[in-house]
Design a protein around this ligand. Sequence first.
Ligand code: R5P
Length: 302
Amino acid sequence: MRTVLLAGSSHPQLAQELSVALGVPLGPCRIERFPDGELDVSLEADVRGAEVFVVQSLHAPVGEHLLELALIADVCQRSGAASVTAVIPYLGYARQDRRVSGREPLGARVVAELITAGRVDRVVCLDLHSRAVEGCFPRPMEHADAVPLLVEHVRATLTLPAVVVSPDLGAVKRAEAFARPLGLPVAVVHKQRLSGEEVKAQAVVGDVAGRHVVVVDDMISTGGTLVAAVETVLAHGAKGPVTVVASHGLFVGPARERLARLPLARLVVTDSVPFHGDAGFPLERVHAAPALAAAIRRLRVE
Ligand code: R5P
């Protein structure tokens, strides 16, 4: 079946890399604004009878990127596409996958329902915050896995003896998946979140003393989790500087300033979210396109 690849405006560079990885040109799709600020989307590609993949990362402003995705999916369906798949390198609101106080919305579920509200047949997501988020989607999901790419990137520079550190309980499975191919043990930091920007950590479960540390998390947002984890493992005798690996680098609010003060050997993220300017810390970005392309290839109808 014919494949058409389209891109929203959230991450044109990654969409271009995905186009190269798949050998499928990006279809023309114009996204502008009406004078009142409303989105003005017009499809210039022929999608009739085609499998359409729409690339749109849902980082800030999430609502705008989400609406763009919905409008593109709608015009594709109305123009006769055989199917529409949303390819979402970073899924905003995925951390709102459960209610803590009971007086909050289930944000991940709301976003999943908005994405699939009628015009998206299935979804491809890269390294979800938790696998449970898949349960929020009423339509099928294909997972793109960046962990093998991140493992290979770090393997070359690993100094032994080393330990993989999960900065909180939620990231333990990811840390284990990272440590296994490297044959490394795992330690876990006990984290307590105080607010959106502040976390506290004191205890470590596992042996970090005298070892080089690789901290593994799904994302770095304000950097609070990372600062607490690095300070805690160093206080427990780990050797610095520290390597950090995360699938998604948002680097919002005080993140860059915080990370610039940390003893980091390298901080490795994928390019699921665009990055602008000088980092001020040793940032290395791994291309996510091969992982997304592999997931899309599994779905394509030959
Ligand atoms: C939390 O559950 C996540 O896995 C990350 O550890 C967290 O969201 C990172 O946020 P921040 O960088 O703001 O601490």
